[in-house]
Write a protein of this length. Structure first.
Lengths: 141, 129
């Protein structure tokens, strides 16, 4: 088994672009583009604390079901793609499936340095939730 | 300068630990995109997304540049409604609109009505062809 000891990977032709051969052994995908640039598991119900995260410098509870996550390293634009997984608003059967929610605040939710989120339940009310998880794919500044 | 090529099974950082390169190959997102789902739809930013197809009210196909090996890939979809008035939920996709070359997404509000939204974001993990 081969092993490379390294602290930093940099492309030779373009520093920020390294290709990885895909599972089919022919098509390549861009390593930097495909890496998750931010993820977080936030307790929004009791502790309002970050349980674990990557590229997150702070998190804030801005209201019922509303959270603001600030990045350690900014994105280059606010057209990144983010995914969401949420659950644990209450112990009532059926309350776990909140679905995806729009990220909303007075600044429309997205910036290059922060992600504002809101979690709603099927009854259209905002709810604080036990586990708010988000992942961002996009371009770092 | 000629392109470099490294073949390795493990990457090891001096302090952060090591990583089997299968996680780089299998764990990297193979496609993601952010697009405007209202009016004339358009890609805002993306990876491995050749184009979008507007099939009607809140009915979109995202077409891959490089196809997947199968249609068993994992995808996530989220959306943004800038007004904040009526957050949408993603309705997922039908079996016929999830192929190796594309997958479809739909959005509906809490009343169960399909509606276009300003920002739709998707991510796909799986095996490239």
């Amino acid at each position: 088994m081969s092993e490379i000891l390294v602290n930093k990977l940099t492309g030779t032709s373009t520093a920020g672009s390294i290709l990885v051969t895909g599972e089919g052994n022919s098509t390549t995908t861009n390593l930097q583009q495909g890496l998750c640039k931010m993820w977080i598991h936030f307790d929004g119900k009791t502790g309002n604390d970050i349980r674990d995260s990557f590229n997150v410098s702070s998190a804030a509870d801005t209201g019922t079901g509303r959270y603001r996550y600030t990045f350690s390293n900014n994105m280059s634009n606010f057209y990144y793609s983010y995914s969401v997984g949420i659950g644990g608003g209450s112990d009532t059967s059926g309350d776990e499936n909140y679905g995806s929610t729009g990220a909303t605040n007075s600044a429309n939710g997205f910036t290059t340095s922060t992600l504002f989120t809101r979690s709603r339940r099927y009854d259209a009310n905002n709810y604080d939730i036990d586990s708010d998880t988000r992942q961002i794919f996009g371009d770092l500044a | 300068m000629a392109l470099g090529k490294i073949k390795a099974d493990t990457l090891e950082h001096s302090t952060a630990g090591s990583l089997d390169t299968q996680y780089v190959v299998n764990g990297s997102a193979k496609a993601w995109n952010c697009f405007n789902g209202t009016g004339t739809i358009s890609l805002r930013d993306s990876l491995n997304t050749a184009s979008l197809t507007d099939n009607g009210l809140s009915n979109f196909d995202t077409n891959f540049t490089n196809s997947f090996a199968n249609d068993d890939y994992s995808f996530q979809a989220t959306n943004q409604n800038p007004s904040g008035a009526n957050p949408q939920i993603m309705a997922g996709t039908s079996a016929t609109s999830k192929t190796t070359g594309e997958f479809g997404v739909r959005c509906q509000n809490y009343a169960g009505t399909f509606s276009d939204v300003d920002g739709i974001m998707t991510t796909v993990h799986g095996d490239l062809a």
